[in-house]
Design a binder for this molecule. Structure first.
Ligand code: SF4
Length: 329
């Protein structure tokens, strides 16, 4: 059984200019010990999806289940026993920490809300702080006294103190200096082993995702356009958007660099208030044909757990010459 299961989930926000359809019909599962990555440009809906799973964003349709129980419509009281099982690490480790509380209070807050005795809270806070690499005396200090990397360790400790099954990591290293990103990524990997936790890892940075993910879902304008095992997707992306994202990553995939010409990701993400007709990616896609402007491709399952939503997927992997032929066609 999946720890987390999302079925045909849609998220919509009312706005002054109409309804923003941030997420449409997204399904995913996260199993024990897995890291599932949600990737895409800023504004593609991945953070809205993470918040909807936490019940922090309005769910317009679909379901979220935790260990087989549908929590989509549970009220605050009925939701309470499920809260500890899924926790979240936020992008900005400063704004997500209350500056008026000590680090010890911040990390212990989920235990206090759960009504645990003070002695137990002290003990568990000390244990998780040691595990994430924070010195014991940090408990009495305030967030502003720490560096960005240390503050993110506080956020990680707060997420883990309840021994969750799944942690949603929302761009957990993108606000950090490059020099500390690898440390935090390695820490998250070590903690996954220690705590047996699963991650839903939200990131726009594919060079980070390549290091951590078992499976990947690529989102564009609120929909999944490609999904599958991370190693396969990085070795041979099937959707033109996936391929452009991989090639735009700071450390380009060397295999793609050797075998394929470069796809430039031009233009901007369209507005979710006015999604384009047909394939939402058609205005930016070098392979777009007439049918792409008229008919939206469905997410079609393929071999070895992969799925792609494209009328002309880049599978099987094609070389630079064949790619040039397609571009000329
Ligand atoms: Fe490009 Fe057409 Fe595929 Fe959309 S459906 S990604 S426009 S080839």
């Amino acid at each position: 059984m999946s720890l987390l299961s999302v079925r045909e989930l849609s998220v919509a926000f009312p706005s002054a200019r109409g309804v923003v359809r941030a997420v449409t019909d997204v399904s995913l599962t996260v199993g024990p010990g897995e890291t599932v990555a949600l990737v895409g440009e800023s504004g593609c809906g991945k953070s809205s999806l993470g918040k909807a799973i936490m019940r922090l964003a309005p769910i317009a349709a679909g379901t979220v289940s935790i260990e087989g129980t549908d929590i989509t419509t549970l009220g605050p009281r009925a939701l309470r026993p499920f809260r500890p099982r899924v926790q979240m690490i936020f992008q900005d480790p400063y704004s997500s920490l209350n500056p008026r509380h000590t680090v010890g209070e911040i990390i212990g807050q989920p235990l206090a809300v759960a009504g645990r005795p003070r002695a137990e809270i002290r003990e568990r806070v000390a244990a998780v702080m040691a595990r994430v690499g924070l010195a014991a005396d940090a408990a009495a200090r305030y967030p502003h006294e720490f560096s960005g990397g240390q503050r993110q360790r506080v956020g990680i400790a707060r997420a883990l103190v309840l021994n969750p099954k799944v942690v949603i990591c929302d761009e957990p290293v993108s606000a950090l200096d490059v020099s500390v990103r690898a440390q935090v990524i390695n820490l998250l990997r070590d903690l996954q082993q220690d705590f047996g936790v699963s991650y839903l890892f939200i990131s726009h940075d594919l060079s980070v995702v390549e290091h951590v993910a078992d499976r990947v879902l690529v989102m564009y304008l609120g929909r999944v356009v490609e999904s599958g095992p991370a190693a396969e997707i990085f070795a041979s992306p099937a959707h033109p958007y996936t391929r452009a994202l991989i090639e735009a990553a700071p450390v380009a995939n060397p295999r793609l660099a050797r075998t394929r010409s470069r796809t430039i990701l031009g233009g901007e993400l369209p507005s979710p208030l006015k999604p384009p007709a047909g394939c939402a990616f058609h205005a930016r896609c070098p392979f777009a044909q007439a049918v792409c402007r008229e008919r939206a491709p469905r997410l079609e399952p393929g071999a070895s757990g992969r799925a792609v939503a494209c009328h002309f997927p880049l599978l099987p992997p094609i070389g630079a010459a064949a790619l040039a032929d397609r571009l000329d066609a």
